[in-house]
Design a binder for this molecule. Structure first.
Ligand code: NAD
Ligand code: UFG
Length: 337
């Protein structure tokens, strides 16, 4: 029988791409989102991509009665929980808001699941939970830590999940530590387009490419990396989305909890990303080297062995695919979204 999945935050960047992957894999999906960082028009785009109507409920994960109603309206087999706040800088200014939405929000979801006897949860964690003292490749059993309230909330959520599983052996969780998602669906109909000035590299470069910003500010070129600029593990968002399908399959078919990195297992420097994007958009994109950004480290990339062993996770898209699809999205779908 078709399995029904609740996708919280399903209209957001990673959630919308995961929706596409889940429908392609034969799942029936209900999206919950409060539209705080996404647009209703994504529903129509998802319908266009999948050829199916999108089931969307506008609600907040902090609204417990609304969650109870949702779980009584639908029989869910599992939940994938994306909804949350994710801007590191903003979390320093509004730590309580981050704790309320990210931590209380997760507790609300777990309580609603428990009341409805739903026992499978995939959770969006982050490579930010690794302690900065670790050396890449980062392995799941390495030391964890945090340097800002956002990181604190993700680590706390992981710990809450561990304790919830210990107390309820029927509960199975897939904790996915994402590295740096980038790129967009091949259709160009969905992608990342933040309302504010982007902090992250790829969305910022895409705005330079369309001429909205004059140049990229490269935060430091004196790191101990091949070209001196910061190295990160960029992963195509559609590969990341497939990781969620594999995680869900492991929870539902094999009844197994897991905690894995989702990355490509190799790093690219800021200059490599800029060069690949210049190729994608057909002109040399301007940049200026600035001092290092506070809190940044030289390099960070995943050890992907566990994801491969436990989930069979592999990626099929490279940096050029990320830049090509981002450029396609920003010059087509993003315009009238
Ligand atoms: P996003 O902001 O694009 O998507 C989050 C969605 O959740 C948005 O549609 C937003 O409207 C919704 N939302 C926020 N608060 C809500 C609430 N209280 N109730 C209901 N809906 C709410 O972010 P994303 O990049 O798709 O990230 C998804 C998840 O992955 C987040 O939990 C984030 O912390 C995590 N993550 C993201 C990255 C990244 O680089 N994008 C890296 C690691 C982890
Ligand atoms: N960078 C620039 N200029 C910019 C933006 C970024 O040079 O305008 C550089 C950064 O210094 C870094 C690299 O590009 O070397 C990547 O920076 P991002 O801000 O895109 O990503 P981070 O790795 O710093 O952080 C992201 C998320 C965090 C998450 C982390 C690990 O923003 O929330 O990945 O998953 F914790």
């Amino acid at each position: 029988m078709t399995k029904r999945i609740l996708l919280t935050g399903g209209l957001g960047y990673i959630g919308s791409h995961t929706y596409v992957a889940l429908v392609a894999a034969g799942y029936d999906v209900v999206i919950l989102d409060n539209l705080s960082n996404s647009k209703r028009s994504v529903c129509d785009r998802l319908a266009q991509i999948t050829g199916r109507d999108t089931t969307f409920v506008q609600a907040d994960i902090l609204d417990e009665p609304a969650l109870a109603q949702l779980f009584s309206d639908y029989d869910f087999d599992a939940v994938i929980h994306f909804a949350g706040l994710k801007a590191v800088g903003e979390s320093v200014e509004k730590p309580l808001e981050y704790m309320q939405v990210n931590v209380t929000g997760l507790v609300n979801i777990l309580q609603a699941m428990q009341a409805a006897s739903v026992n499978a949860l995939v959770f969006s964690s982050s490579a930010t939970v690794y302690d900065v003292s670790n050396t890449s490749p980062l392995r799941e059993d390495m030391q964890t830590g945090f340097t800002n309230p956002y990181g604190y909330t993700k680590l706390t959520c992981e710990q809450i999940l561990e304790q919830a599983v210990a107390a309820n052996p029927s509960l199975k969780t897939g904790v996915l530590r994402y590295f740096n998602p980038a790129g967009a669906d091949v259709s160009g109909l969905i992608g990342e387009d933040p309302n504010d000035i982007p902090n992250n590299l790829m969305p910022y470069i895409s705005r330079v490419a369309i001429g909205e910003y004059e140049f990229l500010r490269v935060w430091g070129d004196d790191y101990d990396t091949p070209d001196g600029t910061g190295v990160r593990d960029y992963i195509h968002v559609s590969d990341l989305a497939n990781g969620h399908v594999l995680s869900l399959n492991a929870l539902l078919d094999r009844d197994e909890s897991h905690l894995v990195n989702l990355g490509r297992g190799r790093g690219y420097s800021v200059m490599q990303v800029l060069n690949s994007y210049s190729r994608a958009c057909g002109r040399e994109l301007p940049y200026q080297v600035m001092p290092r950004r506070a809190g940044d480290i030289a390099e960070m990339y995943a050890d992907v062995e566990r994801a491969k062993q436990v989930l069979g996770f592999t990626v099929s898209r490279d940096l050029d695919d990320m830049c090509d699809s981002s450029w396609n999205w920003i010059t087509t779908g993003a315009k009238d979204a």
